[in-house]
Design a protein around this ligand. Sequence first.
Ligand SMILES: Cc1cc2nc3c(=O)[nH]c(=O)nc-3n(C[C@H](O)[C@H](O)[C@H](O)COP(=O)(O)O)c2cc1C
Length: 185
Amino acid sequence: MSRKSILMVVGSTRQQSYNQALAEYIAAQLQEHADVSFLDYKDVPILEQDAEFPTPASVVRTRETVAKADGVWVVTPEYNHAYPAIVKNLFDWLSRASEAGSQEPTVIAGKPITFSGAGGSTEAFYVREQLGVYLKKIRMNTMDDTGVGIALPMESWVTGQLILSDEQKAALNEQVKQFIEFVNV
Ligand SMILES: Cc1cc2nc3c(=O)[nH]c(=O)nc-3n(C[C@H](O)[C@H](O)[C@H](O)COP(=O)(O)O)c2cc1C
């Protein structure tokens, strides 16, 4: 089994983001089995069809980084039971061709993907449910329909620290195990 590469996509740029911390926890578990890196996509502009071609340099770089990864793992908060705009915008760019009129598969076609989210009592369920539908629609190879959700405990909201229970860690570790198997098929 060759060592695969997994790209983490965090749906929050907030300093002290719980989802960034969650992604770092997941990355630490993945690192035993795969090479892990984080996508920096802060400079990807809002998609505007009149400015889609020639492709902005930041989008070219982002697409190249995604193309090289064997699998993608999204870790995102839920905003009003839906996606943060940066996540939707990123994947809308990735769902498009590199050149006008090109029929070539996009960099994400068939790419293995899974997702997780941390938030309030909904465990980011709604964004995870929507990602399951949306990522399939843009032809990604989704491992699961809803991924794993984390309801942050009150202590996390008070201290600003991600605090995971043993049960939550076990669910995430199982997702890690399954995703490693999924990208290695
Ligand atoms: C616009 C907005 C909408 C939000 N809606 C939800 C929500 O629907 N469900 C939820 O659990 N938390 C919601 N939150 C709270 C986030 O879970 C919280 O801000 C969290 O810290 C965001 O993740 P981060 O720490 O990774 O940035 C919302 C926050 C914002 C800014």
